[in-house]
Write a protein that binds this ligand. Structure first.
Ligand SMILES: C[S@@+](CC[C@H](N)C(=O)[O-])C[C@H]1O[C@@H](n2cnc3c(N)ncnc32)[C@H](O)[C@@H]1O
Length: 287
């Protein structure tokens, strides 16, 4: 623990204490989210937790962590886990995936589900919402889906990002990343310095908190699942467990999209990798 030194300043924790604090953080984040924080990422911890340490009156991020280690789990522990989570996302991230969904996946599902005119789509690990809003735009823009009931479920571990997603408000910087000008004009209105998504899109999405690495609450059967750029943070055992659970909710002829650096290969033999348009999807074997 840091100690007061003459002159009123506070000494940084000794290296051994910083190592203890780092190990505690690794355990806390792994326990709460399954995410692994690799050795050597001390710089990342300092960058992500500096504000929180300052707000709590702690002399350093290590001091904050050593203090939390002695406290019963509460809001500050949650805030640490949330601050350590990577929320990087953007509208139509990896455009080839959305082009494949628009030109191949939705038309195929329209053919298959013509009887019920119902589609269920899940953006798992949706971060601040750009992914489910991109999906909602595609669905609303598709004339073949005009009279359909398209339900989009958007989930994430982190309450703070879900609050932002639910608000449907995005900064100029955020809408400038991946959103074509015609879509910005069609689906957003300017609200002060921000852009607000059309209520029609917001209404088509249900936002819910869900920890992919824990036992899931009931999730309806899905036609299309986007589970992108989250497995990458999990250890192999958690990747396997999450994919096995996805398999139970994905319809036998449904589609799963992962992040570009992610695969089911060597993790779950019940999916097969298929090229769809210019993108890679994973489908239940034998579909
Ligand atoms: C890098 S973002 C990916 C966002 C979006 N899917 C994309 O590809 O643009 C990763 C998201 O995974 C979420 N996440 C991390 N661990 C999770 C867990 N155990 N359960 C659910 N979501 C988790 C984070 O909160 C974060 O919003």
């Amino acid at each position: 623990m840091s100690a007061a030194v003459p002159g009123g300043t506070v000494a940084a924790p000794a290296p051994a204490e910083a190592a203890t604090a780092f190990a505690y953080l690794q355990d806390l984040v792994r326990e709460r989210s399954a995410m692994a924080i690799d050795e050597g990422k001390e710089y990342l911890v300092e960058a992500r937790l500096a504000d929180l340490a300052r707000q709590r009156g702690r002399s350093s991020v290590w001091d904050l962590l050593l203090w939390l280690r002695t406290q019963p789990h509460g809001q500050d522990h949650t805030a640490v886990v949330e601050a350590m989570t990577t929320n990087e996302t953007s509208f139509f991230r990896d455009p080839a995936v959305f082009e494949a969904i628009r030109t191949r996946v939705l038309p195929d599902l329209v053919d298959r589900r013509g009887g019920t005119r119902h589609l269920s789509v899940w953006s798992a690990a949706c971060s601040t919402g750009q992914e489910p809003y991109s999906l909602a735009m595609l669905a609303k823009e598709d004339p073949a889906l005009a009279a359909w009931d398209v339900r989009i479920l958007a989930t994430d571990l982190t309450g703070a990002v879900l609050d932002r997603a639910r608000s449907g408000r995005f900064t100029k910087l955020e809408v400038n990343r991946g959103l074509a000008a015609n879509r910005l004009l069609r689906w957003f209105t300017q609200a002060g310095t921000e852009w607000e998504v059309a209520p029609e899109l917001r209404r088509s999405i249900e936002f819910r908190q869900l920890n992919l690495a824990a036992a899931w609450p009931a999730v309806p059967a899905m036609d299309l699942v986007l589970l992108r750029n989250v497995l990458i943070y999990f250890p192999v055992s958690t990747k396997r467990q999450v994919l096995a659970q996805v398999r139970t909710v994905l319809r036998p002829d449904g589609y799963l999209f992962l992040g570009n650096a992610e695969t089911t290969l060597n993790l779950d033999g019940s999916f097969e990798r298929v090229e769809v348009g210019g993108a890679t999807a994973f489908r239940p074997s034998g579909s």
